[in-house]
Ligand binder design. Sequence first.
Ligand SMILES: Cc1ncc(COP(=O)(O)O)c(C=O)c1O
Length: 412
Amino acid sequence: MSIQESDLGAETAAATALSHDFSNLSVRETEDRLESGVYPKREITIVRGEGAKLWDDTGREYVDCVGGQGSANLGHCNPYVVEAIEKQARTLLNCPEIFYNDTRAEVLKKLAEVSPPGMNRIFLCNSGTEAVEGALKFARLLTGKTDIIATVRGFHGRSMGALSATWEKKYRDPFYPLIPGFTHVPYNKIEAIREAITDKTAAVLIEPIQGEGGVHVPSDDFLPALRKLCDETGVLLILDEIQTGFCRTGKFWGGDHYGVKGDLMTVAKSIAGGIPMGAVLMDERFGPLDKSTHGSTFGGNPLTAAAAVAAIRYMQDYRLDQRSAELGEYFMGKLQPLAGKPGSVVREVRGKGLIIGLELKQKVVPYLKALMDRGVLALPAGPNVLRLLPPLVIEREQLDFAAEQIAAVLVG
Ligand SMILES: Cc1ncc(COP(=O)(O)O)c(C=O)c1O
């Protein structure tokens, strides 16, 4: 007799068994019933992707301007990445960092090759928030100081350290107390940062272009002035390139537009062509960090490393930075005029390369649904900004189609 039958009785045991039988649930019922519930969902089931196209379970095709929330810069099922994963999966799937590994060494060299000069000390991890978490710890380790200056509307992730740097109230409020020592100052205001620096400040953590917070591009002199301020005060500059990196903005890094590099830099999203991975890149002057001060079981694992080597090689071979700049200008040329049109709900169009935000006079959510019905998938960035992050391999005709649908939905 099993434990259930003896303890609960046959009827209760049958009911218990039944409540664990989810085999008849549809895909959407399964996710609604079994997932944590933290994600707002859209009413489609995506089953396949190629380049900038996605298909749902009814066979309907969409032009993807969500781009895996920035993780699909290389397009869906990029052939370089798929081939590298297939090959590596047959060779070695995991290998903790306590051992040396050939594929990991390759990805470290690749990252060092494309990183701003001197950013050659690299910590490999698995996501954006984990990269930010690492950078915050390293900033404390390197300076012996505790405090971090972040920005109003900044987004850096949702684990406790990263969340303490993230500004949005609705992400933070349920989780107090957060980590002490974080202040938020207005973005693009150098004097506010100068005033916020104290003798406890370890670092300023900032996005070169704010993404999630509404696609805000700083003035040309802001980041150079911030670099100078950090140098003068001995405060570290952490550039969060998680959304702006890997060619998204029309240059390899967001900071390249301003000739600025951080002391530390956080990267993730498209680093491995759509496979989960993150990294902290540090200036080589920091040398090797003390042993065992940080770590991660899956950090630098060979499967993601192989995907990242292939992804970065693809970015280089196909000059995705240039492509993003050209296509961004083309797309912007079509979207910018929507702001002035009679009957338009567009207040302003902002962006660089293929990170574009359309600030609306209304809440964005109903427009996202209307666009989806017309075959275009897009993102919000705050309550009233429509954000477009298409794969950088998108074709001009697909941008034309997206721009037509956006105009139809946003201009009355
Ligand atoms: C600038 C920035 N930092 C950090 C993160 C967090 O990355 P992840 O969602 O991979 O944890 C994001 C995600 O959108 C981001 O845009």
